[in-house]
Design a protein around this ligand. Structure first.
Ligand SMILES: C[S@@+](CC[C@H](N)C(=O)[O-])C[C@H]1O[C@@H](n2cnc3c(N)ncnc32)[C@H](O)[C@@H]1O
Length: 227
């Protein structure tokens, strides 16, 4: 686990111990980490950690997900991990606004052999979600078994509101960065994003559509089950 991805709530020794006991990046994921670092500069910190990627694969497999949705794809690390965990016949809708970042993702999906499972939508995610209807009688919607949100923090609440009707009961919602480097404990006076995450966490805790917990994984990942 690099210092970048090591959560501050774990000692370096404990982080290394845990990381060593998770599946390690295969050559495709290792190359994607490297390419993202080389081609996106400082933005590379947006990529989920290798450990978190392994958690995503395990959770996708654990719920037997066949239909999955990702909001915030970047260069494709988390989507590759989710796609690898899908049940036979599974598919993953990916939402992002960047052609540039997702061009790297497309290469990674091809290298990983999961390109055929992925439906990439380039548009603001809230617009893409509006095209996915749960109640068109002429084109019955297949609800999502798993949703991963990792895009603009200001959109988090609207994404949860938009995806809730698109998820099956028992479906798993995962939301990244919900501890915001620990800043959720601080007064948010000077930081709009901290306030947004604090409000988001409080609303999801009280949201009667989900049973949710915040896991101290990476930068905090909320796991919520659709009722
Ligand atoms: C934190 S990164 C995602 C990292 C990715 N999950 C990974 O593992 O590499 C956030 C992504 O959200 C995208 N994004 C930002 N605003 C968005 C929006 N309104 N709709 C869809 N995607 C958006 C950005 O282009 C960026 O690629």
């Amino acid at each position: 686990m690099s210092s970048k991805s090591r959560p501050q709530w774990l000692s370096p020794d404990m982080a290394a111990y845990i990381s060593a006991r998770a599946p390690q990046p295969d050559p495709v994921l290792a190359a994607l980490i490297e390419r993202t670092r080389e081609e996106t500069g400082g933005a590379a910190t947006m990529q989920v950690s290798a450990y978190q990627g392994s958690v995503l694969t395990v959770l996708t497999r654990a719920v037997g997900a066949r239909r999955a949705l990702e909001i915030g794809t970047f260069t494709g690390y988390s989507s590759t991990c989710i796609a690898r965990g899908l049940a036979d016949g599974g598919s993953l809708v990916c939402c992002d606004v960047s052609e540039e970042y997702t061009a790297i993702a497309r290469d990674a999906w091809s290298a990983a052999g999961v390109a055929d499972l992925i439906d990439l939508r380039i548009a603001p995610a809230i617009e893409t979600l509006a095209t996915l209807s749960a109640d068109d009688p002429f084109d019955p919607f297949d609800p999502f078994d798993l949703v991963f949100i990792d895009a603009d923090k200001g959109g988090y609440q609207s994404y949860v509101d938009a995806v809730a009707p698109l998820m099956r009961p028992g479906g798993l919602l995962l939301v990244d960065n919900t501890l915001w480097s620990g800043r959720v404990l601080e007064a948010a006076d000077d930081d709009e994003t901290t306030a947004v995450i604090q409000q988001f966490n409080d609303r999801l805790t009280a949201d009667d559509r989900f049973d949710s917990v915040i896991l101290p994984i990476s930068d905090g990942m909320t796991m919520a089950v659709r009722r």
